[in-house]
Design a protein around this ligand. Sequence first.
Ligand SMILES: Nc1ncnc2c1ncn2[C@@H]1O[C@H](COP(=O)(O)OP(=O)(O)OP(=O)(O)O)[C@@H](O)[C@H]1O
Ligand SMILES: [Mg+2]
Length: 301
Amino acid sequence: MSCFPCSGSSGKAGEDAAALSPSPRPSAAKPAPDRSNSRSSSSVRRGGSIPHGPAKIFTFRELAIATKNFRKDCLLGEGGFGRVYKGHMENGQVIAVKQLDRNGFQGNREFLVEVLMLSLLHHPNLVRLIGYCADGDQRLLVYEYMLLGSLENHLHDRPPDREPLDWNARMRIAVGAAKGLEYLHDKANPPVIYRDFKPSNILLSEDYYPKLSDFGLAKLGPVGENTHVSTRVMGTYGYCAPEYAMTGQLTVKSDVYSFGVVFLELVTGRRAIDHTKPDGESNLVAWVRSTALSYLPSVLV
Ligand SMILES: Nc1ncnc2c1ncn2[C@@H]1O[C@H](COP(=O)(O)OP(=O)(O)OP(=O)(O)O)[C@@H](O)[C@H]1O
Ligand SMILES: [Mg+2]
């Protein structure tokens, strides 16, 4: 699945992320307890996190060596930005290297936003950007390696030899992903709207510990009296909040809608959009609405 642009202009590349402060948002009253950070550092490590340092600048040669020259057997997957390879650094660190496809839909803007956003945003439920490479016309992003791949790989694109996710794992993934969103919406200053919440962007480390990835579409949220930001509609079909798709007015609630869609996928095992299903069932949200309504007593409908 890939992201879709609609019409209108999206502003200057990176201007959003450049305005982002890494400090937590000040609160008028006593700050709410930071539940998302309440895990002990050892349990954070269990999720596969390594302490944050500044993003490292890599040469293309270093990343070519790490991925055995981008060999096919190192390929982890491919998305709208390009291919993702598993690599090994000289110090033994395992990494995931995402190489921009120069003929693809996404480009320099997403690369820049991703580097700026992930250099400033740090949370156990956000994937860690180790560094990047902007050598000549090559653009590569280097992330911590996520052992269990994406939620999409476990929920929908599951190889026959892989067990389905059990209920506890599904709930753990939902809670962790929600904490990642909560950090972006309520702790980052100004708030960040992720805009691309979907199973392929929820990566899993050991124990199905989830981390949000792909910040190329992220946008700074409204500040002060403003209720929304106006922007060209971007996202993935099936996950995009209808009111945002219709008006271009983006709020943090647009992410909450996408979260709801993924939550329905987790509990039903169905895809957000599935054209192999009969009419009336291909759109998960519409199907759940009609099914749920049929269970409600008629006085409530
Ligand atoms: N840090 C990582 N560790 C391990 N695997 C990864 C990592 N990042 C990406 N992958 C794998 O590569 C695949 C492709 O990721 P990518 O983000 O490029 O595309 P996508 O999310 O599938 O599609 P889209 O372009 O619509 O976001 C993922 O589904 C996942 O299996
Ligand atoms: Mg992705």
